[in-house]
Design a protein around this ligand. Structure first.
Ligand code: NDP
Length: 266
């Protein structure tokens, strides 16, 4: 019975084609949910959707190609998802599970010395780079807008499980990641306040804050010194995060939490 636990439930996983999001999409599919996989690259998206398991006859997975760094296409995409999910054969016919895993990272010092003159700070500021907008929109603003768009449906359903993949750097800080950690810190605040607004409708909102997880994104940071600084002495894997996501989705009485899954790093 546990195998079909999420039969009839509809989930969106942004960033569901690779890394952490893909593992969560796989695990949701293996529990019987219909999964909408949201990402930018069309070919990778099609491949990921095709690879998700179908464990019962009414199950259907759908690819959504839309760039989260641009908010002008969000409404159209969200309406398309709502249309598709309402046409499914059975089940909730609304999105009940929303996992925000898509994200981008960027490392650059906010303040960089551009000359050797230590006393001349006037021209030394590395102006907030052009990536800031893209990072804040992809990691924070779009997840907020998407969540808002599906709230009414979740409240009517009296079922909502919202999960944001944040980052331990939102609390721990990291040199070179001022903008990235602000975007993730924003998710912490949004989720906490949201949990207080939607609880009465049986909707929960939680953040998972990973440490270093073995995916495309983290390769640039992984080295022996880092591994040694982690109490559990290993880089995390995507399953470490998806286990926590599935636990939160199956939990009925956990909301407003930020769960660090970081091997003890922080
Ligand atoms: P990956 O880089 O492996 O995967 C990122 C996913 O997001 C891909 O599916 C990608 O697909 C999608 N994506 C990226 N940008 C956009 C966009 N603008 N619009 C739509 N989809 C997008 O990342 P991880 O799995 O490692 O990370 C997942 C989340 O976990 C991120 O939010 C990250 O910040 C967070 N995290 C990761 C850590 C780690 O060590 N890996 C540590 C802490 C937090 P496509 O490129 O085709 O769009």
């Amino acid at each position: 019975k546990r195998l079909f636990e999420l039969k009839g439930k509809n989930a969106i996983v942004t960033g569901g084609t690779r890394g952490i999001g893909y593992q969560i999409a796989l695990d949701l599919a293996n529990k019987g949910a219909n999964v909408f996989v949201w990402s930018r690259n069309k070919e990778v998206n099609e491949k990921a959707v095709k690879s998700l398991p179908i464990i019962h006859n009414d199950q259907k997975h759908t690819g959504i190609v839309c760039d989260l760094s641009k908010t002008n296409k969000l409404d159209e995409t969200i309406n398309e998802i709502k249309k598709q999910v309402s046409s499914f054969n059975n089940g909730d016919n609304k999105i009940g599970i929303l996992v925000h895993s898509a994200g981008i990272t960027h490392s650059e010092l906010l303040f960089k010395k551009s000359s050797n003159d230590n006393n001349n700070y006037n021209n030394n500021y590395n102006s907030i780079n052009d990536n800031s907008n893209e990072i804040m929109t992809t990691n924070l603003l779009s997840p907020i807008l998407i969540t808002q768009s599906f709230l009414k449906d979740m409240m009517r359903l009296k079922y909502g499980r919202i999960i944001f993949i944040g980052s331990v750097v939102s609390e721990m800080g990291n040199r070179g990641q001022t903008i990235y950690s602000s975007s993730k810190g924003g998710l912490n605040g949004f989720s906490k306040s949201l949990s207080k607004e939607i609880g009465q409708f049986n909707c929960t909102s939680n953040v998972i804050s990973p440490g270093f997880i073995d995916t495309d994104m983290s390769q640039q940071y992984i080295n022996n010194e880092l591994i040694n600084s982690i109490p559990l002495k290993r880089i995390g894997n995507t399953k470490d995060i998806s286990k926590t996501a599935l636990f939160l989705i199956e939990s009925d009485y956990i909301t407003g939490q930020n769960i660090r899954v970081d091997g003890g790093l922080y």
